[in-house]
Write a protein that binds this ligand. Structure first.
Ligand SMILES: Cc1cc2nc3c(=O)[nH]c(=O)nc-3n(C[C@H](O)[C@H](O)[C@H](O)COP(=O)(O)OP(=O)(O)OC[C@H]3O[C@@H](n4cnc5c(N)ncnc54)[C@H](O)[C@@H]3O)c2cc1C
Length: 416
């Protein structure tokens, strides 16, 4: 028995991060008790498939699942599926479940993810849906079978992916986005335009700088919408894709420090000596960037969960992975590495019209992030460059013959 035997870890949230924490804890030899509470009735599954292959009927539900219900038993993890933690006390080191049960913990892992945001004027009618859970995914897929025209509100990643899937299924997609370009704040104006073109070229009716000003109901369903561009559009189904609200109610009850839209955690992902947070709710003090980053992406949640599992089984260490995510839309594989909050230059490398290119986002001459369209190689070779935090010249980055790994080893604003 290890020195840690007898400790009880409670994980709240059995999604990407919570599941990874449980798995890593056991893999790393933790032999205390592990209880995982998950409001979802299903064991963990790959959320990213829900807007892509699963929606297009290219992947059966079994392949969407990360775990089968009996996997947790095999891992010696007590999975309480379909149960919600409704209260928490730091003083008593306990959480309370929706069936009244109280669970004491020695270590708590909070990985509660988020809930789709719903803007106030959007009516709660039968054909107005959001997409977060497997049940949402099944419902959307069923509803799409009978729908010819989908309205998507919001051209962020999930809205755009669903629109792309719907076009692939040869149905009509109308996307309404209030911003002048989609993802402009994250990717910059130019890339927002490239992204808009990607969808328009494939037949998405993307209306930017536009909002829904009126809803026309037919009984329990939306039949049409009035748009701010003066048009009225008939629709069969509406997907609300305007982001998520991180689920912070337990964090608030525990008195954890909030910031950057989530729970502030230190370099080791701890919000306090006995509380870890991971995934969409964690605003992590990243050692490479020296600031709190909160990232709503799959791989970040998995890796943070894994790091927490290993830390609980061993010793907490700074979590240093660079944020990375991908999105598949039509034949385009989009990848993003790093984190650019308030970049001052966006430097393209390659030809945006050629279908394969990248963009470097710089702040004070340092590369903060890289976005790649069908260009995984540049992402791979940029890791050291982002980590190095050395000043580099935009010219050197833009030049396709420049060896990015070599650039990481150099310093000085000339990049050479
Ligand atoms: C349709 C879709 C497509 C996506 N595609 C991509 C993609 O292509 N690439 C990418 O990088 N990311 C993608 N994402 C984002 C990615 O899935 C999330 O960032 C990731 O799942 C976050 O992990 P998490 O563990 O923080 O939260 P989740 O995976 O949401 O897990 C949180 C869990 O906590 C549970 N919970 C919440 N409150 C409580 C409570 N009080 N008690 C008990 N349980 C609770 C919830 O039920 C949920 O199951 C996508 C997301 C969606 C919805």
């Amino acid at each position: 028995m290890s020195a840690r035997a007898g400790r009880r870890v409670v994980i709240v949230g059995a999604g990407a991060a919570g599941d990874a924490a449980a798995g890593a804890m056991r893999k790393s030899g933790f032999d205390g008790e592990v209880v995982m509470v998950g409001a979802d009735r299903h064991p963990a599954y790959h959320r990213p498939y829900l807007s892509k292959q699963f929606l297009r009927d290219e992947l059966p539900v079994e392949r969407v699942m990360l775990r089968q219900p009996d996997d947790y038993g095999k891992l010696d993890v007590d999975w309480l599926g379909g149960r919600r933690a409704v209260a928490a006390s730091r003083r008593d080191s306990s959480i309370t479940l929706d069936d009244g049960r109280e669970l004491r913990f020695d270590v708590l892992v909070l990985a509660t993810g988020g809930t789709p945001r719903w803007l106030d004027p959007i009516p709660r009618l039968a054909n107005v849906v959001a997409l977060r859970t497997l049940d949402d995914g099944v419902a959307l897929k069923e509803a799409l079978a009978d729908a010819g025209r989908l309205l998507v509100i919001g051209a962020g990643f999930i809205g755009a992916e669903v629109a792309a899937s719907v076009r692939t299924m040869r149905k009509e997609a109308l996307v309404v986005e209030v911003a002048p370009v989609p993802l402009g704040r994250a990717l910059g104006e130019d890339m927002g335009q490239v992204y808009a073109r990607l969808h328009r070229d494939r037949g998405v009716d993307l209306r930017t700088g536009t909002s829904v000003t009126g809803w026309v109901a037919d009984g329990e369903r939306v039949a049409a919408v009035q748009l701010s561009d003066g048009t009225r559009e008939e629709v069969d189904l509406v997907l609300v894709a305007v982001g998520i609200e991180p689920d912070l109610s337990l964090a608030r009850e525990l008195g954890l420090t909030l910031g950057s839209g989530g729970v502030l955690v230190d370099e080791t992902l701890r919000a306090g000596p006995d509380v870890y947070c991971a995934g969409d709710i964690a605003a992590h003090l990243h050692p490479v960037f020296g600031r709190h980053l909160r990232v709503e992406h799959w791989q970040v949640a998995r890796k943070q969960g894994q790091a927490i599992g290993e830390a609980i089984a061993g010793e907490p260490r700074p979590y240093e992975e660079l944020p990375w995510f991908w999105s598949d839309q039509y034949d385009v594989n989009l990848q993003y590495l790093g984190h650019a909050a308030g970049f001052d230059q966006a430097v393209p490398r390659g030809d945006p019209d050629g279908g394969k290119f990248s963009v470097f986002y710089l702040k004070d001459d340092r590369v903060e992030a890289v976005l790649a369209f069908n260009d995984g190689r540049t992402i791979r070779f940029s890791r050291e460059l982002i980590r190095a935090r050395v000043p580099v010249s935009a010219e050197a980055l833009a030049e396709e013959s420049t060896d990015l790994r070599e650039l990481a080893g150099r310093s000085g604003p000339s990049g050479g």
